[in-house]
Design a binder for this molecule. Structure first.
Ligand SMILES: [Mg+2]
Length: 370
């Protein structure tokens, strides 16, 4: 089997706001083969930049677009395909968005491989350790502590056993920060786990102070309190925090994840398959397991990213909870036909061959801008 075409599709809502919500636009990757198998992936990055990296024409021997690098390659030889892309992006793409684009291709290739072998991807990754995960409802903080209370109460009433609040107005002031967490806990009640995603707002000393201030509300974890590159800060924070620390969604290279785990000492590592690829996500989870840390997906995109995340976690022994994006965007709900419903608080890994997702062409046609 050979790859015949690699395409990138940019989808975007008519109105995009400056809020930390990745479901306002997206970039889908499609890999086609000469045997008729088609694989799909999704990237959580800057969509138009990703498309440019996929489509770029040959510049010179080690500077090429990813589509050019892959046409003619055997999609079952996954690591060789990844090496071809790294070689093509040698100068321009060995970090950040270059790796994000490769991550989307990695997902699409796993989708092809699973279909070729007639197996759900988690089996080819060596799983399952589990086929369902406790879903935590992932939302942004309300505008005010009172609004945060209402959201928490509503989600607890819906049957979620865990809720994460993120970004928004966290970091404005000590009093406001504490009120947000207090009201999240009050709304969720004592039986529901509450995660706090601070959104990179503090230095490590302030983060440590907040961790102590939040401790009485018993958060499940405190996520991304520091800038992603502040590994020394994470080390100081994680060694003294009364609350587990989570981070890693901003990383794409295995080395950077390992730095956060080993040097940063964090408790939960959060790979996003649409930024690091499914292969790296599983490698990150295994590295965390060797250091007796836990792994959880970061996913704030469509059912494609949800499916990839489920396959990744199913192949790991140290997964437990699942980030379940609660955005109401059509780009969250209507790209994949499969709904990934939460039942009794759990979300289940797809069983169909490949990633187990089928693409809704009507959504593509409605929201595609490039
Ligand atoms: Mg986060």
């Amino acid at each position: 089997m050979r790859i015949t075409k690699v395409s990138a599709f940019v989808l975007r809502l008519p109105e995009v706001l400056a809020v930390c919500d990745g479901t306002q636009d997206t970039c889908l990757i499609r890999v086609e083969t000469d045997e008729g198998l088609v694989g799909w992936g999704e990237v959580d990055s800057c969509p138009t930049v990703v498309k440019a990296i996929i489509d770029a024409p040959l510049s010179h021997q080690i500077c090429n677009g990813l589509a050019n690098a892959l046409v003619g390659a055997d999609p079952l030889a996954l690591d060789e395909c990844m090496a071809r892309m790294m070689n093509a992006a040698n100068y321009y793409g060995r970090a950040a968005v270059g790796l994000h684009a490769m991550a989307g291709v990695n997902l699409a290739l796993w989708d092809v491989i699973g279909q070729a072998y007639g197996q759900p991807v988690y089996r080819l990754l060596g799983g399952p350790f589990a086929t369902r995960f406790r879903a935590y409802a992932s939302v942004l903080f309300g505008e005010t502590p009172a609004e945060t209370y209402e959201i928490a109460r509503r989600l607890a009433d819906q049957g979620f056993t865990a809720v994460k609040f993120g970004w928004g107005s966290m970091g404005q002031s000590e009093k406001h920060d504490i009120a947000l967490v207090r009201e999240a806990r009050r709304g969720a009640g004592t039986a529901v786990d509450v995660m706090i995603d601070a959104g990179q707002v503090w230095d490590w000393k302030t983060a440590l102070k907040r961790a102590h201030q939040f401790a009485e509300f018993a958060p499940f974890w405190l996520e991304e309190p520091l800038q992603p590159d502040d590994v020394a800060g994470y080390a100081r924070l994680a060694s003294a925090s009364p609350i587990p620390i989570a981070a890693g969604e901003a990383e794409a290279r295995l080395d950077d994840f390992e730095r956060l785990i080993v040097d940063g000492g964090i408790d939960w590592i959060q790979p996003d398959p649409g930024r690091c690829g499914l292969s790296t996500m599983v490698a990150v989870g295994k590295a965390a397991h060797r250091h007796r840390r836990k792994v959880v997906n970061h996913s704030f995109k469509s059912g494609l990213t949800i499916a990839a995340s489920l396959h990744g976690l199913a192949a790991l022994p140290n997964a437990e909870v699942f980030e379940y994006c609660m955005s109401e965007s059509p780009l969250r709900h209507h790209i994949a036909h499969e709904p990934f419903r939460v039942e009794d608080g759990y979300v289940t890994v797809p069983e169909a061959p490949g990633l187990g997702v089928t693409i809704n062409d009507a959504t593509l046609n409605t929201y595609r801008i490039a």
